[in-house]
Design a protein around this ligand. Structure first.
Ligand SMILES: Nc1ncnc2c1ncn2[C@@H]1O[C@H](COP(=O)(O)OP(=O)(O)O)[C@@H](O)[C@H]1O
Ligand SMILES: [Mg+2]
Length: 222
């Protein structure tokens, strides 16, 4: 199955509020897709449906060909663990763990036995954080937390990597570094979805869509 993620005719409402409507989307292996759109348009909601954190109100979601309708929450969690990794808008790190431990923790459940510490250190070094390995989240800046969150997602080597405004609040040099790492995940066969306001980043994706009126519209900016 070439398509890691397929969404067909997705609708999502919160009460009376229709957020998504008639939305379709396909993510193939090794592809990076950027999604732009105005604030409040439903981009984060869409990513959370892609990432199996929320259910759509209507429509079909397939992960690697498997229709998720009717799966138990335990099965959904398993599928999420196997396929999906997030870089959230606000890094959700564990306050009692160091930067290095935060990066290793989720991967440890899946790939225990591999030399995760060495790989995590290499990723953090790549992001200029070698001197912050043993600091806790509350001792780190927003930009540092974002990079730790990205290192954590990359260490999982996920088939599907979902990033919500990953370069926000970063200075241009760091934003470029984060963008390069996200896009490089394609070479390992990951499908990458990046919600962004950063037109430079969107231009480097294989395809760009604008989320407007609840659906995705192709943007010819490449
Ligand atoms: N859990 C929720 N309950 C009710 N409304 C929500 C919820 N999450 C998001 N919304 C609303 O859905 C709309 C889209 O939000 P969001 O997906 O965060 O947009 P974006 O990421 O594009 O800024 C907003 O109007 C927001 O207030
Ligand atoms: Mg958002």
């Amino acid at each position: 199955m070439e398509n890691l993620l397929e969404m067909r005719d997705i609708g999502k409402s919160y009460g009376e509020d229709i957020i998504l409507s008639g939305l379709s989307f396909t993510l193939a292996r090794g592809m990076a897709i950027a999604i732009i759109g105005h604030s409040g348009g439903g981009k984060t909601t869409l990513l959370s449906i892609m990432g199996l954190l929320q259910k759509a109100t209507s429509g079909q979601v397939r992960i690697d060909g498997l229709d998720i309708a009717g799966l138990s929450s335990a099965m959904l969690a398993k599928l999420r663990g196997q396929y999906i990794s997030f870089v959230f808008q606000r890094a959700r790190l564990i306050n009692s763990l160091t930067a290095l431990e935060n990066v290793i923790a989720p991967a440890w459940f899946i790939r225990r036995g591999e030399n995760l510490e060495q790989q995590a250190q290499a990723l953090l070094a790549h992001f200029g954080l070698s001197h912050r390995l043993h600091h806790k989240p509350q001792e780190l800046s927003l930009g540092q937390l974002r990079r730790i969150s990205l290192a954590r997602a990359l260490l999982l080597k996920p088939p599907i990597l979902l990033a919500d405004e990953p370069t926000n609040d970063l200075d241009p040099a760091l934003a470029g570094e984060v963008a390069a790492c996200l896009l490089a995940a394609r070479q390992a066969g990951s499908g990458v979805v990046i919600v962004t306001h950063d037109v430079g980043l969107a231009a480097q994706a294989d395809q760009t869509f604008r989320l407007a009126d609840g659906a995705l519209h192709s943007v010819a900016c490449q």
